[in-house]
Design a protein around this ligand. Structure first.
Ligand code: FDA
Length: 395
């Protein structure tokens, strides 16, 4: 193969966007993708409709050992700019909730848009082309690939994280970073369902499919959204969000009556309907099957008694457990189903304005391979676009 100004390893969201932007600047760009097609995660994202950005992108919605690192790139490439590109390609979109923008039709349109931008910028894309070796040589990079040797002045690593290995995820980017002396912040699955085991799993498995609004908190992070019972544990947006902050052993708080004073609710029920049972009272505020389950598992001593027989201390005890549901996940479903990988290439050794390595000039890291991970809701794609753009402008 010829020499290129830029080789981008990884044809995902960040890689394709960076390649198109660099190509549009007149650079000769090659994208090397080891999977059989590019943009696989984009295709499966947002339930097939790609939540491609969020109207309310803010740095504090990203997790990183250095919370300031993402600021520069996010400030220089805003959601409005990506929306303008989507509009230019005639892709219809809508806001679902919380500023999350989705395609009306299909995620395929976003991949098609990125490919059209790459084509217009004369970017060459090679799929099924693993990179076997990378060396820094004569001021540039020499790559051994399945298609033969390639040389480039600048190399962009856009290989993503470890989540969903069946979609092409690999640890190649981390290995390459280590080869050039970079440190990797410990990686783990994020935006991932939490699992239960033993008795808690047995007790709640039959609630699978049931969903309710909760407030899930861990440390200073707190999310008000839906929690979904699954046959393995707990999922839904609230649990996916909090999973990025939680680790086994850390306290996790789940308020089953978010925004309500549980004690005041119970007191009002006892005052207004003294002859009903606890499970009937709870059913007025929680899904019926869950209310029954809570009474069976947490409050069996009060089951069958009319509320008038419950003392103030009993109500306080019940209220405390509804506001801080005593359930402890044993872990997460891991990379198999995680939307993102937390951790990654240490940002201390990258420039926040160009994504260039401070250890190896000409080497850039963009997207999820970097230790920057967004919330659920379009934040991760916005980071892919913004970091890709930041690198492309500096190539
Ligand atoms: P990405 O993973 O997109 O691309 C990396 C590319 O590198 C892949 O094509 C991979 O095959 C390739 N590659 C890996 N190793 C290689 C090697 N050795 N050689 C060559 N190529 C290699 N985010 C969001 O904002 N909104 C959403 O709706 C969703 N939905 C969603 C659903 C699901 C199921 C998942 C798993 C993830 C999401 N995400 C999301 C997260 C989002 O998909 C993710 O953050 C971005 O795709 C990251 O973009 P990157 O380009 O960094 O990696």
């Amino acid at each position: 193969m010829d020499d290129f100004d830029v080789v981008v390893i990884g044809g995902g969201a960040a890689g394709l966007f960076c390649a198109a932007t660099a190509g549009a600047r007149g650079l000769r760009v090659l994208v090397l993708e080891h999977a059989n097609k590019v943009g696989k995660k984009i295709l499966m994202s947002g339930g097939g409709r790609c939540n491609f950005t969020n109207l309310d992108v803010r740095p504090d919605r990203y997790l990183s050992a250095n919370p300031h690192f993402c600021k520069s790139a996010l400030a220089r490439y805003k959601p409005e700019a990506f929306i303008a590109l989507v509009d230019k390609h005639g892709i219809a979109w809508h806001e679902k909730e919380l500023g999350q923008l989705f395609c009306d039709d299909s995620s395929k349109l976003i991949v098609r848009m990125l490919l059209a931008e790459c084509e217009a910028a004369n970017v060459r894309i090679e799929t099924e082309t693993p990179v076997l070796r990378v060396q820094h040589r004569d001021g540039g990079f020499a790559l051994n690939t399945k298609l033969g040797p390639v040389r480039c002045a600048r190399l962009v690593v856009a290989t993503g994280g470890l989540s969903i290995p069946s979609m092409g995820a690999s640890g190649f980017g981390f290995d390459l970073a280590r080869q050039f002396g970079h440190r990797i912040k410990p990686t783990r699955a994020g935006l991932v369902p939490l699992t239960l085991s033993g008795k808690p799993l047995e007790a709640h498995q039959d609630l699978s499919g049931l969903s309710l609004a909760v407030e899930a908190s861990c440390g200073n992070a707190s999310f008000n959204n839906q929690m979904l019972f699954t046959h393995r544990g707990l999922s839904g947006p609230a649990m996916l969000q909090i999973s990025s902050y939680w680790e086994p052993g850390k306290p996790l708080r789940i308020d089953l009556l978010p925004g309500d004073d549980a004690l005041a609710l119970l007191q009002a029920e006892r005052r207004d309907r003294p002859n009903i049972e606890l499970r009937t009272a709870l059913t007025a505020h929680l899904p019926k099957r869950l209310a029954q389950k809570l009474v069976e598992t947490l409050f069996p001593a009060f089951d069958g008694k009319p509320l008038r027989q419950l003392r103030e201390a009993d109500l306080a005890q019940i209220a405390a457990q509804l506001s801080d549901w005593p359930i402890t996940p044993n872990g997460t479903e891991g990379y198999r189903t995680a939307e993102v990988t937390l951790g990654g290439v240490d940002t201390d050794e990258l420039s926040s304005s160009t994504m260039e390595s401070k250890l190896q000039p000409g080497l850039h890291f963009i997207g999820e391979v970097v230790d920057v991970t967004g919330w659920l809701g379009g934040y991760n794609f916005q980071w892919a676009w913004a970091s890709g753009k930041a690198a492309a402008q500096a190539l």
